[in-house]
Write a protein that binds this ligand. Sequence first.
Ligand code: ZN
Ligand code: ZN
Length: 425
Amino acid sequence: MEEKSKVKHHRNKILIVLATIFIFSLPASCGNNNGSVSQTESAFLTNESKSAASPTQSVITEPESATPNIATESKFPEETKPQGQIEDESHSSGEMQVHFLDVGQGLSIFIQSEGQYLIYDGGDRKTSSFVVSYLKKHGVSQIDYLICSHYDSDHMAGLIGCLNAFDVKTVINSDYEHDSKLYDSFMSAVADNGLTVQHPEVGSEFVFGSGKFTVLSPSKIVADSNANSVAIKLVNGNNSFIFTGDADHKSESAMCTSGIDLDCDVLSLGHHGSATSTSYAFLEKTVPAFAVISCGAENLYGHPHKDTLEKLESMEINIFRSDKQGTVIATSNGKKIVWSTNPCNDYSPGEESDLGTQLQGDPPVQSESSSTESRAESSGTVVYITDTGSKYHNSGCRHLKKSKIEISLSDAKSQGYDPCGTCKP
Ligand SMILES: [Zn+2]
Ligand SMILES: [Zn+2]
């Protein structure tokens, strides 16, 4: 029951946050390759009240009434801004644009600020040339930071294109090896640029443009490729973004105990909205006003999963989805974030038949001692799947050598996995 009341408290916290509202409208500040971009620009302000005593971390504004936006209007009743949340001019900083590229089933985030460029993942092979041409279109000739979250092709392939096309200054990735031709190509492209890869420790900070980023993960290297994802928190003034690659709930709980402030405005959801990521504990720490889900339309994995979407909806987190909205751009001036389009807030799972595993819209009830355990662990038998396979396995199965992802038996079945013939789970 403890967990439930915590979540309720958290909802209250979010409601308090959402209750502080403005009417605001700004012109489009950047181009967008998505034909369905709304005329209305929603601006989202944040302040820097981060103390435990203050429940407020984000102030969300509505579009001007002349150009109403139904999705946000119905969600956020109009109230006045409380005192103490006046923007502090001393915290103003330069502009930072965060582009969540539509790379189908994959991830690629491109950031520009004050003439510096950062790319976090590059999407799969199919969209590699799109990523390279997108960057060229935005005037990129040099990439200051190229971050490869982990070595699965849907994150790494496009980065090889970037290494070949641009003058890359710093490469950051995870300190493990991957048995794939693509990994070999990536590492030789790094070497061809005369670069060595950096594996910064959790807590390392890097100055970037008008802001900085901090490494959140991985705190250790494990057998599962996804769990080794390099996660970062990008900060520009009072605005912040967290990108977690395909980090699973175990990596998330390690981030939660790292002591680093995970509070953010925008969370790029782990593993394309899979139920193996985005634990309640992580959402409670990050308290994002917005989540961005990068996944392909009708992808093979049913991403994003129902469980994840239910959590986001129950916590009233606005969502953007690449499968529904294409590329989405967030522009931060250090005080507010302006989006190229409104959140779609479409909480329907990638697969219609995905029934999820949670009780009727309620968060799972866990005892206090197990509150940091995964949802999978709390909902019965646990089995293991791999990044690419279609079977589920017992823990010791030899097929789990390269990749081992924990999942509940019911999730595995509902996601279409079959029992392995070797270990017969
Ligand atoms: Zn992966
Ligand atoms: Zn992935």
